[in-house]
Structures are given as C-alpha cells and as structure tokens.
Design a binder for this molecule. Structure first.
Ligand code: FAD
Length: 395
C-alpha cells in the first residue's frame, strides 16, 4: 500500500488529509502534528477584544481528522527527501509521497530585544498565548500610544495588523479612552495591493489612525518604550509587534527550501521541483500569494488531486491559480474584503458572481457577517474536505 505522509495538522494539513481520505482508497495516510490542539488562527485577531475566546478557536486535532487517517503526535525533526523519510520523536517514517504543511512562525528573534520582553512588554496576537495576553494589556491601557509595528516581511495574513488597528481604534473610542493608534510597516504602503491601498489610506485617515510606512524595525528597547530601525525611532505606551515570519526548522534544513525556510514549489502544481513525490502547501510553501487559510483551502484541493493523479500514473491535472482572500475588519460591525489570484485583484462580488455575499474592495456589514460565519464553515465544512465555495471566498 502506498504511504502518504503529511507534515503539520494546521489548516492546510487537515484540509489535505480530509480531501485525500475522500479521494483515495487503499492508501495509508499519516499526519504528524506536534500540538494536541488545532488552532483557528483567523480568529486570533478577535480574541484581544473578547469577541472570540481561546477555547472557541481550538479543537483537538484527532477530532478533525476523518477515520482512516493515522495521527502521530510528535515534532518533525528532520526531513530527508533524498531517502524518502522523516524523523519525528523516536520514529523514522518512510513515505512514498510527502506533503509539507508545517506553516510558518513569527520570528521574534529577528527583532533585537523582542524575545526577552515577549508577552510582558512586547505583545502580539499571532499566537494563542499572545492574543489572550493582549486582551489584558488592552484593558489596562487608559491613554497614550498603541503602536502596532509590522517589523518586516513576509507575515501571514497581511490584513491582520490592519484589522487589529481598526478594532483597537473603535475599542478605545467606545471606552472613551484617549489612545492614539499608530500602525507602522516596513512596506511602502499599509497594504501591498495598489487597488485597496488608497481606500485604506482614506479609512485610516478618517479614523485618526496614524500610519507610518517604509519603517522596518530591527530592535525594541522595552525599558525606553522605543522601536528602532534604519529610518529612526518610534515611541509607544503599548507595543504590538508583528515580526517577519520564517519557515519551520526541519523544512529550512531539508534542501527543499528558499533562504527564508519556505519550501520551493511549482506555483501552479504545488510539487517540489527539487524532489519527486514531494508537495508543499499553505504557509510552508514559497508562493507569490498571501499566506492565508483561504489560500490553503484551495491549495489542499490541488495537492490532493495531483497526488491522486500521480498515484494512478496519470499526469497532474490540477492547477492553483493563486487564489487568496483576506478580510480586513474595519470595526466591530463592518469589514473590507480583498481577494486576488495570479492574474490580478478581484472586483465585484464573490464567491457567487451576483449574490456574493462578499463584496470585494468595499466596506460592508455583510462582509463582516461573512467573516464571523466563516468560522462555522471552517470547522464543519472546509477542514472536513468540503469544497464549497471553490475560491473567491474568505476564512
Ligand atoms: C492573527 C492571524 C489572523 C489571520 N487571519 C486570517 C484570515 O482572516 N483569513 C485567512 O484566510 N487566513 C488568516 N490567517 C492565516 C491563516 O491562519 C494561515 O494562513 C493558515 O493557518 C495556514 O495554514 P497552515 O496549515 O499552512 O499553517 P498552520 O495553520 O500554522 O499549521 C501548521 C501546523 O504545523 C505544525 N508544525 C509546525 N512545525 C512542526 C513540526 N516540526 N512538527 C510537527 N508539527 C509541526 C504546527 O503545530 C501547526 O499545527 C491569519 C493568521 C493569523 C495568525
């Protein structure tokens, strides 16, 4: 029996396992995940504001996998694609096909002084622990400057820091607190897609959010409450740091990766050109699109189909078009949705052409409602291998 090994039980890994289990018979599917619980990360941005709880954003990994998929609870230490094997815990696991879905991690060590003060004076919402702690920190801030600093790229879900800035502005305004929200970014614009950058500039201006662009951050001085980089210094009373993200260590040392530890793949077929029978998807893959769960959803389908084709001796038939959709919550009741593929930015409505309910590049209440509804779809449909809607749909 052919053996398919999936590394990582996050959005991409679980979606792929479910999809494969539905497509293939007489194949042994094994998934390796180091954590007991799967996290719905798109919910993390709402935890600091008490909209979602940490509990509501996690599930036991085994409860998400279909029958027949074997789960190994262990950390992957080494990948040897040339020998078609992986080392995890005490085990050496051999495979016929490998799918790398280990995601990426916020690399706090890339910003000097950040790690030492993490979760005490340097806050973040990219981990469950960070998002939960940030709730307490926001409640304590009565006045002053809240700095959300995107220190460098790449980061997953580039819309998330913007969502956090808008939500924080509304949170402090509603609580009558004199807090200036400042968003700094290493990039030339607050959002890389030109078509929405202007709209976002208008929105941030309207809301009094100060945006500092072209400001990479190299160091944090937590005692002086300063971040610094080649363009100078910025002061704050509360810091929320978004460091650049890197691929996971076993991928970085596998010979499959680029300089940042992301697995190189063909941008359409999602197979690794450097090595036969290896695929990568989700945040772990080096792809010219946003690192989002919505992208992972479509990629899981493409990888499952191509893997099934290879197993049956056929040509790979599925192709990923770069589809990624990103919600930017502009407050507690409205949201902007941005979507794109390799050919450009989406316009109009999606996923259904006339009905939506998403309206791209617009701030609407329906976009916001769709964001809140997407958690239900995530747990009950998309992680289970469901494939509706097929693209142009956010998570
Ligand atoms: C704050 C925030 C907001 C976001 N908002 C959105 C949004 O609105 N919409 C959207 O679509 N996306 C959003 N995302 C992005 C989305 O969550 C990710 O793109 C998605 O989770 C990627 O799935 P993945 O499986 O590739 O990675 P992950 O979900 O991170 O899963 C990777 C898994 O691999 C495991 N792993 C890693 N290394 C090892 C190892 N060595 N051994 C064993 N297991 C390992 C990890 O434990 C993890 O479970 C957001 C993310 C964050 C953090």
């Amino acid at each position: 029996m052919e053996r398919v090994l999936i590394l990582g039980g996050g959005a991409a890994g679980v979606m792929l396992a479910s999809r494969l289990a539905g497509l293939l018979e007489d194949v042994e599917i094994t998934l390796i995940e180091r954590s007991a619980r799967h996290a719905y990360q798109p919910g993390f941005v709402l935890i600091p504001f008490g909209i979602y709880s940490a509990r509501g954003c996690t599930r036991r990994v085994e409860a998400l996998l279909p029958p027949g998929v074997k789960l190994i609870r262990a950390g992957v230490e080494r990948i040897e694609p040339e020998n078609r094997c992986v080392f995890a815990g005490e085990e050496k696991l051999e495979y016929d096909f490998l799918a790398v879905a280990t995601g990426c991690r916020p690399a706090f060590e890339e910003v000097e002084g950040a790690r030492e003060a993490l979760h005490s004076q340097v806050h973040e919402f990219y981990t469950l622990e960070g998002a939960t702690g940030l709730r307490r920190a926001l409640r304590r801030l009565r006045s002053g400057r809240l700095l959300i600093s995107v220190a460098g790229m790449p980061v997953k879900c580039p819309g998330a820091p913007l969502s956090f800035a808008f939500l924080a502005e509304e949170f402090f305004r509603k609580h009558g607190r004199d807090v200036q929200v400042v968003l700094s970014t290493s990039e030339a614009e607050a959002f890389s897609k030109r078509q929405v950058a202007d709209l976002l500039e208008e929105l941030t201006e309207e809301r009094g959010i100060e945006v500092v662009t072209d400001f990479p951050v190299e160091a944090v001085d937590a005692s002086a409450r300063l971040v610094s980089g080649p363009k100078g210094e910025l002061g704050y009373d509360l810091l929320v740091l978004v460091p650049p993200h890197l691929g996971e260590a076993p991928v970085a040392s596998s010979g499959l990766s680029d300089a940042l530890g992301y697995a190189r793949v063909d941008r359409h077929r999602l197979n690794a050109p450097a090595c036969e029978k290896v695929y990568a998807l989700g945040d772990a893959a080096s792809l010219p699109t946003s690192k989002t769960a919505s992208a992972a959803h479509i990629q899981a389908r493409v990888v499952a189909q191509n893997l099934a084709d290879e197993l049956s001796g056929a040509e790979r038939s599925a192709s990923y078009n770069g589809d990624a959709v990103c919600f930017i919550l502009t407050g507690f009741s409205e949201a902007l949705v941005v979507g794109f593929d390799y050919s450009g930015v989406y316009r109009g409505r999606g996923p259904l052409p006339l009905l939506g309910p998403l309206h791209f590049n617009r701030v609407t209440r329906l976009n916001h409602a769709a964001k809140l509804l997407s958690r239900w779809f995530y747990w009950h449909l998309w992680l289970r291998g469901g494939y509706f809607p097929a693209g142009r749909s956010g998570i």
